[in-house]
Design a binder for this molecule. Structure first.
Ligand code: SAH
Length: 218
């Protein structure tokens, strides 16, 4: 109801959010915040996105049940589960091994079978695994902010006619300084770009996180 009054109109998206128990994706000590419309820390300096932003991003993807979707930034897997209710299959990449492992466990616990998750650097796109290429994707969602623009490798993995949603900006300055952007691939080498809403995301960082990073931010 709260998300509806905030302007989310797509009833399929609202239905998908209703069917994913957000408390499952949040550390137990913070579970009482699960149904507030706020981002919540999930460890390693990362956060689970705010429900309004999850629903806005999902709505902007214009999903259907034939779509193959790539997500960059699994976290504990909340957004991936919401997507999984609305598309054929979700491929999701997380650079922090411990978060990737929590997400895998969450997908298992909730009996969700159409998500494939790996621990890797999502800035490079989905890698070929055992000689099998999954790209191109009908939709791509990036849940960490690129400073200037999303990596070209991601736009390369988008199908012609496909949509990518990604936050862009440094996160500096009073307003957070990031804009959620929508990229539509009009042809093999042309895109249209539009602004969705101002947002605040953790930064998109290169490479798989090392153990030292884990200790630093744990
Ligand atoms: N989609 C998550 C949001 C998690 S926050 C949710 O539903 O709650 C964003 C995540 O992006 C963090 O866990 C961070 O570690 C991850 N991330 C940042 N840069 C990345 C990269 N290059 N590849 C994969 N994951 C990345």
């Amino acid at each position: 109801m709260d998300l509806r009054t905030k302007g989310i109109q797509d009833t399929d998206v609202l239905g998908a959010l209703e069917r994913v128990p957000r408390d499952h994706f949040i550390p137990e000590a913070l579970a009482d915040q699960a149904y507030e419309d706020i981002a919540v820390p999930i460890g390693l300096g990362q956060t689970i996105s705010q429900p309004f932003v999850v629903s806005k991003m999902t709505e902007a993807l214009e999903l259907n049940d034939r779509h193959k979707v790539l997500e960059i930034g699994t976290g504990t897997g909340y957004q991936a589960c919401v997507l999984s209710k609305l598309c054929r299959r979700v491929y999701t990449i997380e650079r922090h091994k411990p978060l990737h492992q929590i997400a895998e466990q969450n997908f298992k616990d909730l009996n969700i079978r159409n998500i494939t998750a790996i621990c890797a650097d999502g800035m490079k796109g989905w890698p070929k695994i055992n000689g099998i290429d999954q790209a191109p994707f009908d939709r791509i969602i990036v849940t960490a902010a690129a400073r200037e623009k999303p990596p070209a490798e991601l736009l390369d993995q988008l199908s012609v006619g496909g949509i990518m949603i990604a936050p862009v900006g440094s996160g500096e300055g009073g307003t957070g300084g990031q804009m959620l952007k929508r990229y539509k691939k009009e042809s093999e080498d042309t895109y249209s770009i539009s602004d969705v809403i101002p947002v605040r995301f953790v930064p998109l960082l290169p490479d798989v996180a090392k153990d030292e990073d884990v200790r630093e931010s744990a």
